[in-house]
Design a protein around this ligand. Sequence first.
Ligand SMILES: [Zn+2]
Length: 312
Amino acid sequence: MTKLKLLWRRRKNFIVAFMAATGSFLLGVTWPINFLRANQPLQPIQAQVLAVSQPQEQQPMSTINKFSKAIANRVEFSQQSLAQLQAIRFQSAVPGQFQGTTIRHGKLNSQRKAIALTFDDGPWPKTTTQILDILKENNIKATFFWVGKYLKNSPEIGQQVVAAGHAIGNHTWNHEYLQYNEYGAAREIDGTSSLIEELTGVQTSMFRPPGGILNNGLATYAQKKNYAVVMWSADSFDWRTLTESLIDNVMRQANSGGIVLMHDGGGNRARTVKALPDIIARLRNEGYIFVTVPELLHMQEQDLQQQETAQQ
Ligand SMILES: [Zn+2]
């Protein structure tokens, strides 16, 4: 091979590798966004990138190998991100039949004893993280209803909650007990959901009205927008009672399919943090498994389907 030819081949190899690396990098950056926005099919693009990134046999140059490795890493990274994004979206989605309805309680068949712990008014410095730690120690996934303005103040805490696999619902932007027209309700609810998605990738289909008020325009708007309006069946009254009576409140009202209301933010939640390990231990002792609200509704859907099959 002449010197000139060799030089040309090296340059050609470099150009191919460079183009592949650039293309792959751009895809790596844009895939997650594309996935969120348009849910585009991914296989063909992945195949293309992989095909381009395969080193050709007669090119044992270290530069090429280095590029190939970088490309392979990037592809792996993108696939990981996609899997994570898919999981994140799923963890806060309720089945279609519950969208636009109001839920106070899951309806399960008698063999299954499940309960959903929910925490409102976060993300909040310190107490949300303390509650995350307790949930992690006990291997429990819960549901958090966020206030938009608090999420704006503590985005990293919000991201920790999502990364830990918990489900997220919308609890308005300002958490006020007012009457809302459609425009006002849209600002409270859409603004919060947009921030949740922007910061965490979560597209939530759950809404909980502040104070449980169902007739001030917020719940009506949420239902119109196909949110499941998630209320509760067991109120801990953790914002006004001592730790002991808080535990009693939950235990007295607990039953299978139940949704327990507690708070991780919006004020001093030291009592909730103190009570939570006991609540978990006692419920577990009574045979409950802990699920998120979307999981509870998926269980209910499954039970209904089984019933229907049995009747046919
Ligand atoms: Zn609240």
